[in-house]
Design a protein around this ligand. Structure first.
Ligand code: ADP
Ligand code: ZN
Length: 681
């Protein structure tokens, strides 16, 4: 018997190995095999009587048992093929590695009660907040042994069995007739391979609907996967899911330690894990009898893995599972992707609408000019009013950092020497940082004239936080962005308990959070995204403004939203302020049709990188055009870490990927191929 083994090597096809007699092996098992002088772990993707490799074969060395189900193996194969990478590489990146031996690390997380005493305990808590969670490592800190035991007794540390220590009050919820109808419709689709768009404004009870549907699916003996676009939304979803489903779901996302991911993955394979909440990678979990996959806020770009091959969109993964495993797919959104709404309008996806908020009234919304101040008079007055009335305030800024740009008197903008994007000044370490490569400069001077008198401009989250503290010194202000993500659970819990009055943040706070105490949501600068040269800039702006607006007034008290913008009449912003998705969609669709962008065409993004990138891209563009493909570009992109890059876009119909494959069956290593790109440039 011959095992075809996919190994984590870019673009390589599976290799043939001899199966030693008596070794039980199945497709989907993880095995160790020799390759040259190395020993690699790979996955069995086929068992065949005859080898395709003509030479002598080496034997499989070891097996670690099943790594994934045949269905998920098929889905990952499809995902790999679509983004032109070998299945071995895709498996290596998407299936968590097995934990070594029988060692099971115990990890600790910050708990809620008690008070820390003394420097040793404070040191341990600081280390936990900074991401050191293994008991073994914490005990090695000065005085750590005793401090850990004391903190465990006081409840300030707890084993990370329950991933979140988030609390909310329990209450009984009676569904509205619209919700009832949506649940009933979705329940018909459980396990039937049907797809739904659950469309409704923020607070219309979408989450409640899909949790009820998931509960029904689980009670019929199936499994369910519930996805959110952002880790910061997991604590709340997990808590609500535990309440509605009657049992806590597992949690799965890329930042979790590999050992924890493997534990959940293996539980799914073994049939003990039947429900999980997670981010995009959780769409691959090999749970048995999967009845339902939910994507909440399906229009969010974070559902697309675009940094590293294999490039995939969690929606496409869910749809592939619907085709192979008969899974029901629910796409929930207040601001769906234009492509999704287009398909729903044409009946390719079943449209279920929840027309209005279930609690409270729609918030009062104003646009205010941006002006010179970070927090202008309209926003400032609103903040003062809401704080005085006991409300909480959410303040959104696009970018992290303090000043988002620096300019020399000669007119030059300070840029990363390796990536050419503008450097952002961070107050925390008083450095100008590149958000692409992490480079930090302490005392930069103008690269063209050497001047050091730089003018700093733009508003990042640190600056918005600083201004909020200055204007409202007695309020408790916190900031949540990727720089403070280590404290995310603690910050969100403090917000839930009313211990934070003003929460400043970036993308992480712009969507999905459901905190009834927040009565005012402010956007410091809504125009930032409109400046990006991307055909989806309008859609992003709509999603962002509508998303932030949806955070206000989710309790009994009326909500208010202030959006600082210089373009209040530009349709994405105007429609977002009015909560008018259909109005936005209608205008956006006209623009997409006129310029033949998705959904009226499909795009494939090709990025050449390395020396001579532009010349290579130019040559490729000519080859493709000669074979009848429509090519846009090449366009020079900003380099990454000094590596030059150039981009081509292919435009065509559904068959554009096949047309590309006919010309370029196996792309060279310098070429990245992304079908259905979310970000261009
Ligand atoms: P969405 O997902 O559309 O933003 P949610 O499901 O989060 O909406 O509902 C918003 C809030 O209203 C939540 O706090 C939820 O618990 C509550 N809620 C949902 N449905 C009902 C209902 N039928 N009656 C009362 N409260 C509800
Ligand atoms: Zn850089």
């Amino acid at each position: 018997m011959i095992a075809r083994v996919a190994l984590p090597i870019p673009r390589a096809a599976p290799f043939d190995y001899e199966v030693p007699p008596g070794l039980p092996l199945a497709v989907g098992d993880r095995v160790r095999v020799p390759l040259g002088t190395r020993h690699l772990w790979g996955v069995v993707v086929g068992l065949v009587p005859e080898p395709t490799f003509p030479g002598p074969l080496l034997p499989v060395e070891a097996t670690a048992g099943p790594a994934l189900s045949p269905a998920v193996l098929g889905v990952i194969g499809e995902v790999a093929e679509r983004s032109f990478v070998g299945i071995g590489l895709a498996l290596g990146r998407l299936v968590p590695p097995p934990s070594r031996g029988r060692v099971r690390e115990v990890e600790l997380a910050r708990g809620a009660s008690g008070e820390a005493t003394g420097p040793a305990e404070a040191g341990v808590l600081a280390a936990v907040a900074a991401g050191t969670t293994r008991v073994e490592d914490l005990r090695r800190l000065p005085g750590g042994g005793r401090a850990v035991s004391a903190l465990l007794r006081k409840g300030l540390l707890q084993p990370r069995r329950l991933p979140f220590s988030f609390r909310e009050e329990r209450r009984e919820i009676a569904l509205t007739p619209h919700q009832e109808a949506a649940v009933a419709a979705i329940c018909e689709g459980i396990g039937a391979g049907r797809e739904y768009l659950l469309f409704g404004p923020p607070g219309s009870g979408k989450t409640e609907v899909y949790l009820r549907a998931a509960a029904e699916g689980l009670s019929r003996g199936g499994s369910a996967l519930l996805l959110v676009p952002e880790v910061s939304l997991l604590p709340q979803l997990w808590t609500r899911a535990a309440r509605v489903l009657g049992a806590a779901p597992e949690v799965y996302f890329g930042e979790l330690p590999a050992g924890e991911r493997w534990r959940t993955w293996r539980g799914a394979l073994g049939g003990t894990v039947r429900c999980a909440v997670g981010t995009r990678s959780a769409a691959f979990l090999p749970v048995p009898d999967l009845g339902l996959i939910v994507l909440d806020e399906e229009g969010e770009p974070a559902y697309k893995q675009e940094e590293m091959a294999p490039y995939y969109h969690a929606r496409a993964v869910a749809e592939e599972r619907a085709a192979r495993e008969g899974v029901g797919v629910i796409l929930g959104a207040a601001a769906p992707a234009v492509e999704t709404y287009f398909r729903a309008e044409r009946g390719e996806i079943e449209l279920l609408t929840l027309p209005e908020r279930v609690v409270g009234a729609p918030p009062t919304v104003h646009a205010a000019p941006r002006g010179e101040d970070v927090i202008g008079p309209v926003l400032r007055d609103a903040m003062a009013r809401h704080l005085a009335g006991g409300g909480q305030v959410l303040l959104f800024a696009h970018r992290r950092g303090y000043f988002t740009g620096a300019a020399c008197p000669c007119g030059a903008i300070l840029r990363c020497p390796r990536c050419e994007i503008p450097l952002v000044f961070h107050l925390s370490d008083r450095a100008f940082r590149c958000h692409a490569c992490g480079l930090a400069l302490a005392n930069p001077s103008c690269p063209s004239c050497g001047d050091t008198r730089l003018r700093l401009f733009g508003v990042g989250t640190e600056r918005a936080e600083h201004e909020a503290r200055r204007l409202f010194p007695s309020a408790t202000v916190a900031r949540l962005d990727t720089d403070t993500a280590a404290e995310r659970d603690r910050i969100l819990e403090a917000l839930a308990q009313g211990r934070i009055q003003i929460l400043v943040g970036s993308q992480m706070i712009g969507k999905g959070l459901d905190f009834p105490g927040i009565t005012l949501a402010g956007v410091v600068n809504a125009d930032g995204l409109l400046a990006t040269p991307d055909f989806r800039a309008g859609e992003r702006s709509y999603q962002l403004v509508a998303g932030v607006a949806g955070r206000a007034g989710r309790g009994d008290r009326p909500g208010e939203v202030v959006v600082q913008t210089d373009q209040p009449d530009y349709y994405p912003i105007r429609c977002a302020l009015q909560g008018d998705y259909r109005g936005f969609y209608a205008e956006e669709l006209r623009y997409r049709e006129a310029l033949r962008y998705p959904p009226f065409a499909r795009l494939v993004r090709l990025v050449a990188s390395g020396s001579g990138a532009e010349a290579k891209a130019e040559k490729l563009a000519q080859d493709l055009a000669r074979r009848g493909l429509e090519v846009l570009g090449p366009a020079r992109l900003f380099p990454r870490r000094g590596v030059p890059r150039a981009q081509l876009l292919l435009r065509g119909g559904e068959d554009v990927v096949d047309a590309l494959r006919a010309v370029v069956p196996s792309p060279p290593p310098w070429l990245k191929v992304d079908p259905d790109p979310m970000w261009l440039g």
